[in-house]
Write a protein that binds this ligand. Sequence first.
Ligand code: HEC
Length: 174
Amino acid sequence: MSKQDTHFFNVFSLVIGLLVAIAIVLFVFARIVASHTQEAQVLTEPDYSQNVAARIAGPVREAVAGQDNSALAIKVETAAGAGSATPAAMPKNGTELFEQTCSVCHGQGIAGAPKAGDKAAWAPRIAEGKATLYEHALNGFQGKTGVMPPKGGRTDIPDDLVKQAVDHMVQMAQ
Ligand code: HEC
C-alpha cells in the first residue's frame, strides 16, 4: 500500500466515524424530544380523549332529573328515514298496519310467523276462531313455531286497528 492510500484510508475512516457519531447524537436527541412532546400530544387530542371516555364509561347510563339528558335518548329508526327521532306514523287502517309492522314477520314468514296468504299455514289458525286470533295478536302468544309479540311490538296501536290487521291477514289466506 502506498503512503497516499494509507492517508486516504485514515481520512475516510475518520469521516465515516464522525458521521456515525453525528447520527447517534441526532437519534438520541430525537428520542428525547419525542418523549417530551409526541405522547403528550396524543393524550391531549380531543378524538383520543373522547374514545377513552367512551371506553371507560360504565355500561349503564342514568338520566338525572333536572339535567340535560338528551344525549341518553334512544334514537328510533323508522322507515321514513334512518336516524330521525320521530316515532313510526300511526297507520290509518288494518291494511296499513299490516304493511308497516306485521309484514316484517308475516310478509315472508320470518321467525316462525305464518306467512300472510299461505293458506296451509293459516287454515288451522283460522279454525281456532277469530276471538283466539285477536287475543293472540293483542296480548302476544308463544306457539309451536315461534313467539308472536303483543301487537307485533307496536303497543301504541289501538286494539281495533290490530284486529283489523288480523282480519286483513285472515282475508289474504282465504
Ligand atoms: C316479530 C315478528 C312478528 C311480528 C312483527 C308480528 N307477528 Fe304475528 N306472529 C309471529 C309468530 C312467530 C307467530 C306464530 C306463533 C306460533 O304459532 O308459534 C305469529 C302468529 C300470529 C297470529 C296467529 C295466532 C294464532 O293463534 O295462531 C296472528 C293472528 C298474528 N300473528 C297477528 C299479527 C299482527 C296483527 C301483527 C301486526 C300488528 C303481527 N302478527 C306482527 C310473529 C310476528
